[in-house]
Design a protein around this ligand. Structure first.
Ligand code: FES
Length: 105
C-alpha cells in the first residue's frame, strides 16, 4: 500500500455550495462537497451498497443522503446517521490552495 499523498482534484470554483462532484484520485472514487464552513471529501461509494453519493442530496445539517436507500452520512465526520447504514464512510483531509482543491488520499 502506498503512502497517502495530496492530489489536485478540482478548481476551487468547481465546487459550489450545496452541490457534490465526483473525482478519482489514487484509484479511489471521491465525493467533494462545499459546506458553509469549507470543502470536504469522502469516499463516493456508499458503505451499504453500490451507489454513488455523487447522485445524492446534501441536507441542511451537512449530511449527504444516498440516492438508493436514503441512508445519510455526516459529510464532515463520515458518521453513518441512520438505517440502513451500519458502517461509517471514509473521509479525507482537504486543503484549498492556489485556487485548487487538494485531497489527501
Ligand atoms: Fe446507500 Fe443503500 S446503497 S443506503
Amino acid at each position: 500500500m502506498t503512502a497517502p499523498a495530496w492530489h489536485d482534484v478540482a478548481a476551487d470554483t468547481d465546487v459550489t455550495e450545496g452541490d457534490v462532484i465526483g473525482r478519482i484520485a489514487a484509484d479511489r472514487q471521491l465525493a467533494i462537497y462545499r459546506l458553509s464552513d469549507g470543502v470536504y471529501a469522502t469516499d463516493a461509494i456508499c458503505t451499504h451498497g453500490n451507489a454513488s453519493l455523487c447522485g445524492g442530496f446534501i441536507e441542511d445539517d451537512g449530511s449527504i443522503e444516498c440516492p438508493l436507500h436514503q441512508g445519510r452520512f455526516d459529510i464532515r465526520s463520515g458518521r453513518a446517521l441512520c438505517e440502513p447504514l451500519e458502517q461509517d464512510l471514509a473521509v479525507h483531509p482537504v486543503r484549498v490552495q492556489g485556487g485548487r482543491v487538494w485531497v489527501l488520499v
